[in-house]
Design a protein around this ligand. Structure first.
Ligand SMILES: [Fe+2]
Ligand SMILES: [Fe+2]
Length: 136
C-alpha cells in the first residue's frame, strides 16, 4: 500500500533536499505496507533516516542564520517524539501501530515540505547558502 506518492508539488528544486524527501516517502511507505514481521525493521529504518534528515535541515538553519529555526525545529521534534514512541511500542509487540502512524505522518508531510522546508530553501538561496548532506 502506498501511503504517500512523490509528486512535482513536493519538489523544492534542490537536489539534496528533494532526494532526501523521496527517500523519506519510500521509507514511510515501507512502514505503511509492513506486516507484523517487518514493521519493526521498517520503523527503525524510518526513524534513523528521519533523524538524519531533520538534523541536517537544522544544521543548515543554524549555519545560514535562518530566523524561524525554533518553529521549524518544533515540528521536527514533535514528529520524532511520536516516531520514537511508535518504534518502541512496535518493538514490544504493538505491530499494528505502523500503518496509522504512516498515514498520520503522510498527512503532515505535504504541508511541512511545501511550507516549512520551502521557506528554508528560499532563505538559503537568498543567503547564497548551499545545503550539503554530511556523511552519516
Ligand atoms: Fe525536510
Ligand atoms: Fe523540515
Amino acid at each position: 500500500m502506498t501511503t504517500l506518492a512523490w509528486s512535482p508539488t513536493l519538489a523544492l528544486n534542490d537536489v539534496v533536499m528533494d532526494h532526501t524527501h523521496e527517500e523519506f516517502i519510500e521509507l514511510l511507505n515501507a512502514v505503511g505496507a509492513a506486516g507484523p514481521d517487518t514493521i519493526e525493521a521498517a520503523m527503525r529504518a524510518f526513524v534513523e533516516h528521519t533523524e538524519q534528515h531533520f538534523a541536517e535541515e537544522e544544521r543548515w538553519m543554524t549555519e545560514s542564520g535562518f530566523p524561524p529555526l525554533g518553529c521549524h525545529q518544533n515540528q521536527h521534534n514533535m514528529v520524532m517524539q511520536v516516531a520514537r514512541e511508535v518504534c518502541a511500542r512496535v518493538a514490544k509487540g504493538e505491530t499494528t501501530l505502523g500503518a496509522p502512524f504512516a498515514q498520520a505522518v503522510a498527512e503532515w508531510f505535504g504541508d511541512h515540505v511545501t511550507v516549512m522546508d520551502a521557506i528554508l530553501k528560499q532563505y538559503m538561496d537568498m543567503q547564497g547558502y548551499t545545503p550539503v548532506m554530511q556523511a552519516a
